[in-house]
Design a protein around this ligand. Structure first.
Ligand SMILES: NC(=O)c1ccc[n+]([C@@H]2O[C@H](COP(=O)([O-])OP(=O)(O)OC[C@H]3O[C@@H](n4cnc5c(N)ncnc54)[C@H](OP(=O)(O)O)[C@@H]3O)[C@@H](O)[C@H]2O)c1
Length: 256
């Protein structure tokens, strides 16, 4: 399901998608270009951004900003650049996330703990705060965060990542309650395994793939487009009375 086959009525709106040089973020960015939005994206590495800009149709179509979302000065510069180019911000998609395989919490050192929390939680806080300050003035806006089912159940090797994603879901609810009077909706999507570089070590191993797919009623892992459309729904007027929710995008895994 790609190529603007579903219309969301968001053409002309200004979007920032974090972590959009590859994977789910890039897939969201591609669909947003199809939908005719004014788009800004970010990532840490310039080469990845350059490639993404080419795929998205060039610098006239998309503003690419090199930024580390856990660095406050980078985040402030990024939002200033978005306002400088487009004059406003209608929707933020907090897509950045990372995992480093971790031992048990009892064996996790402080540096590793901090690193995972920095990107997944602190970075999402910094971007959401910056967006909220802009959107409050406009009395409208949408913030959507890509969480993970790892935030719902304790999974080996993903303990600290899961803790960060669980906190991101609470951040979503707190922001939703605080920003509702300003007509800003804040929601999240929580996918199970999605076929990207991030999860390659798992899906590229046939034995692991088989085991994961067996636990999913739909019998397969998610493709990036499976995540794109729920995110776009949360940025559209169709979700104006939905806020503080996390939608599981898991092929039915949590239903059984
Ligand atoms: N793939 C899955 O199975 C899966 C499942 C559930 C949830 N998720 C969540 O989905 C989101 C996207 O995952 P993905 O699989 O698409 O990941 P990915 O393929 O690793 O892509 C991550 C993107 O974020 C950028 N990025 C990473 N750290 C950053 C930082 N500190 N500041 C700015 N940009 C940064 C990366 O570019 P640079 O490296 O250049 O910065 C890249 O563009 C994450 O929140 C992840 O937790 C993924």
């Amino acid at each position: 399901m790609t190529g603007g086959s579903i219309r969301y009525g968001i053409e002309g709106r200004v979007f920032l998608v974090t972590g959009a040089s590859r994977g789910i973020g890039l897939a969201i960015a591609r669909e947003l270009v199809e939908q005719g939005v004014s788009l800004a994206i970010c990532a840490r590495k310039q080469e990845g951004l350059d490639e993404a800009v080419k795929l998205l149709g060039g610098r006239e179509k998309v503003l690419a900003i090199q930024a580390h979302i856990a660095k406050e000065e980078d985040v402030e510069r990024m939002f200033s650049e978005v306002l400088g180019r487009f004059g406003r911000l209608d929707a933020l998609v907090n897509n950045v996330g990372m995992n480093l395989l971790t031992p048990s919490v009892a064996d996790t050192d402080t540096v590793l703990w901090q690193k995972i929390l920095d990107t997944n939680l602190n970075g999402t806080f910094l971007c959401s705060r910056a967006a909220a300050r802009i959107m409050r003035q406009n009395k409208r806006g949408k913030i959507v965060t890509v969480s993970s089912i790892a935030g719902r159940r304790a999974s080996p090797g993903m303990g600290v990542y899961g803790i960060a994603k669980a906190a991101v879901e609470m951040l979503t609810r707190v922001l939703a309650a605080e920003l509702a009077p300003f007509n800003i909706q804040v929601n999240a999507v929580a996918p199970s395994m999605v076929r990207t570089e991030f999860s390659r070590p798992f899906w590229s191993d046939p034995a692991i793939y088989e085991q994961v797919a067996r636990a999913i009623p739909m019998g397969r892992i998610a493709e990036t487009t499976d995540v794109v459309h729920p995110v776009l729904f949360f940025t559209s007027d169709g979700s104006d009375f939905i806020t503080g929710q996390t939608l599981l995008v898991d092929g039915g895994a949590s239903a059984v």
